[in-house]
Design a protein around this ligand. Structure first.
Ligand code: GDP
Ligand code: MN
Length: 439
């Protein structure tokens, strides 16, 4: 789950990271009020869960409360990368001399939490990494030892910090790492961490992404979830405990198990289709859950066919079948469906589905081919059976030469005179090919 800038910065502040004074507004008059209270030049910042708001015109400086109101009026309701701005953060404007990037991420390749920093902050760090990777410093953090002082100094020196800045940076780096751990985050980032005109460090932007699997022990963070920023499908999927990710293909997939779901998507692609989603209904799914999953899939207007791939273990095929029938009663649809049910109670499952108009398949390959054909509105044509297997030994040329020489003892002499290898090889390669062709 992504936290908003204002939420992330409030968390950072609890860990001793300096942030500008400010408050959130959802109406222009509110923004004016906050600006009046701050009594200074302010910056009005759109609160949407995407990066690059600055470039998109979602971050504007205002010199007076009047201006703050006007700017807020413009930014509220703005569409940034597909998201509507519903809130703005009104912060004291910072006197920015320099912008630094500081982030904590999980480095999967190194199997370590990694702190990254760059003196080329402010802009897109992915771009810096691509164009000039030497401008990024990284330290790997041992999970048992934590962030060491020498690592902090290493980053501070690389950033060119001086005197008190180095000490202050230590507080910020340690705070950011601690916040990352305490939130079960997958990312905690300050971009930019600015050096002000007075030479002080200040976290002007903040971002935290938490790991949803850790949310059960963070009721406080879970409460920060912004429902406005979620699609209704995502919200519905979360309510029913489904792992659902919308994609842009045309074949809706309902599968039990993440690995099987990945495989199903791969095979759909292999046969020329595109998955409309990743959906794992999990083990032991009830009919209700299956019905919810199908409703979510069918709510996507791009879906032209639905593929069910259920491997019954803990999950019972009859439960899944009941769920499908239940969902079809609630959401009648013309979208063609292909079902592959195997495992626990598959007979019962098929019997339940017999009434519904559905294609069945006994293998995943067949199921995927049928779904791809159905999505294109084509008739499924079973592929021709593969040609019978013919055993053709492929011998090394030297072995062939020895064998053919052994078969024709009379040829030995003449072979010895000529350059022996070439003719022997030619003969040997030609013969078996002809034989095989005859068969
Ligand atoms: P992002 O574009 O979504 O990452 O939003 P940021 O909060 O990082 O803001 C983008 C840019 O706006 C920053 O890199 C700064 O250059 C500028 N900016 C943000 N806050 C202030 C501020 O208080 N004063 C000034 N002068 N510029 C700011
Ligand atoms: Mn930023």
């Amino acid at each position: 789950m992504k936290l908003h800038e204002y939420q992330s910065k409030q968390i950072f502040a609890r860990y001793g990271i300096p942030i500008p004074k400010g408050q959130v507004a959802s109406a222009p008059e509110e923004a004016r009020h906050i600006a009046t209270e701050l009594g200074k030049r302010v910056v009005v910042k759109s609160q949407v869960l995407v990066g690059g708001r600055g470039k998109a015109g979602g971050v504007k400086v205002a010199n007076t409360p009047d201006e703050a109101e006007q700017v807020a009026q413009k930014i509220l309701g703005m569409n940034i990368k597909g998201l509507t701005v519903r809130k703005v953060l009104v912060d004291e404007a910072a006197d920015i001399q320099h912008e630094i990037y500081l982030g904590v991420v999980i480095n999967r390749a190194a199997r370590r939490v990694t702190m990254m920093a760059s003196a080329a902050g402010g802009m897109d760090i992915e771009e810096v990494a691509r164009v000039s990777p030497e401008k990024i410093v990284k330290v790997l953090i041992d999970p048992f030892i934590g962030l060491r002082d020498y690592q902090v100094r290493q980053i501070a020196f690389a950033l060119g910090l001086k005197g008190d800045q180095i000490r202050d940076f230590g507080v910020i780096a340690n705070g950011l790492y601690k916040a990352f751990l305490d939130c079960d985050a997958s990312l905690a980032e300050i971009n930019p961490l600015v050096i002000t005109g007075e030479g002080k460090l200040l976290a002007v932007d903040g971002k935290i992404v938490t790991d949803d699997s850790g949310m059960f022990r963070h009721q406080d963070l879970a409460a920060l979830r912004d429902m406005d920023e979620e699609t209704s499908s995502e919200a519905e999927a979360r309510k029913f405990g489904l792992s659902y990710i919308q994609l842009d293909g045309e074949i809706g997939c309902m599968v039990n198990g993440a690995g099987l779901a990945m495989t199903t998507m791969d095979i759909v692609k292999l046969f020329g289709g595109n998955p409309a989603n990743f959906l794992d209904i999990g083990g032991g799914a009830s009919a209700d859950k299956v019905a919810a999953a199908l409703r979510i899939i069918l709510a996507d207007p791009k879906v032209r066919a639905v593929l069910f791939n259920i491997f019954g273990g803990i999950t019972r095929c009859d439960e899944v079948a009941k769920g499908i029938v239940q969902a079809l009663q609630q959401v009648p649809t013309q979208v063609p469906m292909v079902v592959r049910l195997v495992g626990t109670n598959e007979e019962e499952g098929r019997a339940i589905l017999a009434g519904a108009k559905m294609q069945t398949a006994s293998t995943l390959v067949e199921a995927a081919q049928k779904a791809v054909a159905a999505a294109k509105g084509e008739e499924y044509v079973p592929p021709p059976p593969p040609p019978p297997f013919v055993y053709k030994p492929r011998l090394h040329a030297a072995v062939k030469a020895i064998r053919s020489a052994a078969r024709k003892p009379s040829a030995k002499k003449s072979a010895a005179k000529k350059p022996a290898r070439k003719p022997a090889t030619k003969k040997a390669t030609r013969k078996p090919v002809k034989k095989a062709a005859k068969k």
